[in-house]
Ligand binder design. Structure first.
Ligand SMILES: *Cc1c(COP(=O)(O)O)cnc(C)c1O
Length: 387
């Protein structure tokens, strides 16, 4: 049986995989089982921050792997403590809870918000407001947070205590805050799965101000847009706001599972002993990878993200078959005249891997993709969209 048939026979049918088996890669170039090469503009959905088998990252991870691959959270390890310090120093937030995925990072944020609000405002203040078109994960609770009914329909009843408001509509947010006892407002400053749409600055600042006035916690879901992808370390940093809680995952470690929930001053002591936990969370190998990744996300690197972003806009905007380009940094959505699926397929045939999001073509390249390679891949996208 070949691998594709074996996968179809034995792996649960949740993924509509492309007919492509990947075996190895280096940087932004991936190879399939026949040796054919592809320029990767997807990075495993914003996970491989510096591409595949990056030398610096690989060394950081393998060095830790040769010392200690895991211990329980009953003991201290250096990578976990150092990474937490690094995240706090670079965000101004005060404490970090480590988990293994974006959904779990959001679960922790929701637990913190509920406990904070119950203690401060009473047990009936537990509702979390999120935005329509958002994506916050696949667990029953983070599905409830996700403002897209398509993900909900077969899994009801979902966790109670979530309401949604329209993105970029401050009046709608204010109305929902009046109608409900709101503990927290959670949002992605760039809606990723929802079509790579950056929220408007006035809206985000208006929400932050409302949160301050009403003692509502502001949670930024930075699972996809965080860790340098936006051109700043975290996406909220484009908006001059200070969230109370920041959740992140995907690109944090650069290729291994790691989630983090960062807690600001208001909530740093909300979680006490045994309030929350995770067996794998804060795994030393993942933390070593994240320390390496974060330490490379300096001003020069982030400037490079910005330059690559400008190249994408300049190359794609106004071209035949391309209706719009949206997003921030290297988190980009392309509205195409052709169905996104056709563009993705044709790009793949021409040796370029791109993603989709809500009917758009989505690009999430490595933050250090060489300019020439990026240009080469974009020329393929332009050709495919215009044909
Ligand atoms: C991917 C994503 C999640 C879920 O992350 P998992 O690691 O798949 O659980 C949550 N929020 C946002 C914004 C995401 O992009």
């Amino acid at each position: 049986m070949d691998i594709k048939a074996m996968d179809k026979a034995y792996v649960a049918n949740t993924y509509n995989r492309f007919p492509l088996q990947l075996v190895s890669g280096k940087g932004s170039v991936m190879k399939d089982e026949t040796g054919k090469e592809y320029i990767d503009l997807g990075t495993g959905i914003a996970v491989n921050t510096f591409g595949v088998a990056d030398d610096v990252w690989q060394q950081a991870v393998t060095e830790q792997l040769s010392k200690l691959q895991h211990t329980s959270n009953l003991y201290y390890t250096e990578p976990c403590a150092k990474l937490a310090q690094m995240l706090c120093e670079r965000t101004g937030l005060k404490k970090v809870f480590f988990s293994n995925s974006g959904a779990e990072a959001n679960e922790c944020a929701i637990k913190v918000a509920r406990k904070y609000a119950a203690e401060k405002k009473g047990a009936d203040c537990y509702t979390i407001l999120t935005l329509w078109n958002s994506f916050h994960g696949r667990t029953i609770t983070t599905l409830a947070a996700t403002g897209q009914d398509v993900f909900h329909k077969d899994f009801k009843p979902l966790t109670c205590g979530f309401v949604h408001a329209n993105a970029n509509d401050l009046e709608d947010v204010k109305a929902k805050v009046k109608e409900n006892k709101i503990a927290a407002i959670m949002m992605e400053v760039v809606q990723g799965e929802g079509g790579v749409i950056a929220l408007e600055k006035d809206f985000v600042q208006g929400v932050a101000e409302l949160c301050r006035q009403e003692d509502i916690l502001l949670i930024c879901d930075e699972v996809q847009v965080g860790n340098g992808r936006s051109g700043k370390l975290y996406g909220y940093m484009h908006y001059d706001v200070q969230p109370d809680i920041v959740s992140t995952a995907k690109g944090l470690c650069g290729g291994l599972p790691l989630g983090a929930t960062m807690l600001g001053e208001k909530v740093e002591t909300v979680l006490g002993f045994s309030d929350h936990g995770s067996t794998f969370g804060g795994n030393p190998v993942c933390c070593a990878g994240a320390i390496s990744t974060l330490s490379r996300l300096d001003d020069v690197l982030l400037q490079g993200v910005q330059e690559r972003s400008e190249l994408v806009f300049k190359t794609l905007e106004g071209k035949k078959g391309i209706k719009s380009v949206t997003g921030l940094g290297l988190m980009l959505g392309i509205e195409t005249e052709k169905p996104a699926g056709d563009v993705i397929k044709a790009c793949m045939e021409s040796g370029v891997l791109v993603l989709s999001a809500h009917g758009k073509v989505r690009l999430l390249p490595a933050l250090n993709i060489p300019m020439a390679l990026l240009k080469k891949a974009l020329d393929v996208v332009v050709r495919v969209c215009g044909e």
